[in-house]
Design a protein around this ligand. Sequence first.
Ligand code: AMP
Length: 496
Amino acid sequence: MEDRLNQCIDALSKHGDRPAFHIRGTYHAYHELDTAVQTVRAWIRGNVSSEEQVIGLWAEDHLWTYACILALWAEGKAYTPIAPGTPVVRCNQLITQAGIRTILVASEDVVLAGVNVVRTGQLPPTEKGPNAQRVATDALAYLLFTSGTTGQPKGVPITRSALNAFLDAFDALGFTIRPEDQVLQMFELTFDLSVMSYLVPLLYGACVHTVPKDEIKYTYIHELLEDHGITVALMVPSILNYLRPYFEEINCPALRVNLFCGEALPLDLVEAWSHRVPNARILNVYGPTEHTIFCTAYAFDRRGGNKAHNGVLSIGKPMYGTVIGILDHDGTLLPDGSEGELGLAGPQGTIGYWHDPERNATAFVKPTNSTERYYRTGDRCVMDRDGDLLYLGRTDHQVKIQGFRVELAEVEHHARQVVSPRMAVAVAVRDPLGNMELVLVVEGEPMDVPTISRALRTLVPTYMVPTRIRFRDDLPLNANGKIDRPALGEWIAMNT
Ligand code: AMP
């Protein structure tokens, strides 16, 4: 198998003066990226032992951060990103879970006990080194952590072969990425959609435009689209909700490929948006981190007649290599046309959660009536006669907040520590723009809200901190004696 990661690294020098990155108004040429990659590679060769496979990456918006990823791959290592601003308790949790001994940092001052923090931007420059190492295909490319129901994040390891399979599947969609392309990279590196957004352009010598964390994301994206002529963009639908009030002013004729992923895409929203991007091929793509970036695709048709369920655009057909199955509660494969849980199999799949045999035993299933081992996505779907999947919702309490995956149980786990011994329930409701927002409902008399929010910010990333906190004497129960979340959602809507 060709290793496209190595090909990408070995070809960097060929792109010379062409821009590789546009970060905060500064353009960085491919030769600059190549020099940074060589420098970090030399350090890794001299300082990281062969057993140390997973290296921490302080996920800054910086040329050296991307150089570190490529350098790690060239030396056969994998990265685990840690977002700057992550509470120290959570950083330590990730470091322990991933078994990290080294963290590569580009420019920030980072102090973390028990790990070797390396400021890569200050390493001495080196001569060009050997070509990228040939690495076993089952070696890891990255290990990402996503929200877990137990209060502990779950580690999702993705191998180089799974990432290569994604690249092949992406190519099979038929977009030709060219060196002239200007590609949007709007994601934090902790979110796997970032991997497509930086790796695909770098493979073809195109330019990556990043979105700084401290900027207002949607305004910055609008500027990049119009003023920097973005031609290829993968976005989360919630960005469109923010941009919607300004749609009339937006016109992006340069955009030729526009993908949406990460959450349900409302048909009316994408229809309205399509007029702002008159030359773009628009696709709704779908996939969990566990199945490497995305693995199904639906092409939006400007002429109309698009498939949707409850106003949500279809997620289409499996991409090249991916096998889908609709599963029953007990993990058996259901007949065509049934509603059920979407199962995913094929070469893009994870090898299983990191050091978590118990979770693996329930998250993956090999139905007796199939030869495949499916990952159970928790997404409810039905396949129509043409083989297109309609997205019906979740089977559990996982929600998406600005594209970030959040288990309500994880928010509750931490919130209950803060308000103990009281009971607290997290609910996701739509804000006035149509995006999901987290509301915490605490049982009993009102408490000081800023104190609770502050305490939560020391435990979980900002996107997991509820934007509103409400108090109620009692929490409603349903017929099964469980907390009635829909009733709480209605109560919140009436008391806004
Ligand atoms: P993540 O692992 O963060 O990429 O989140 C994966 C989850 O996001 C999926 O299991 C779905 O619930 C949701 N998701 C991703 N893409 C779509 C889409 N196009 N339409 C609906 N839901 C999506």
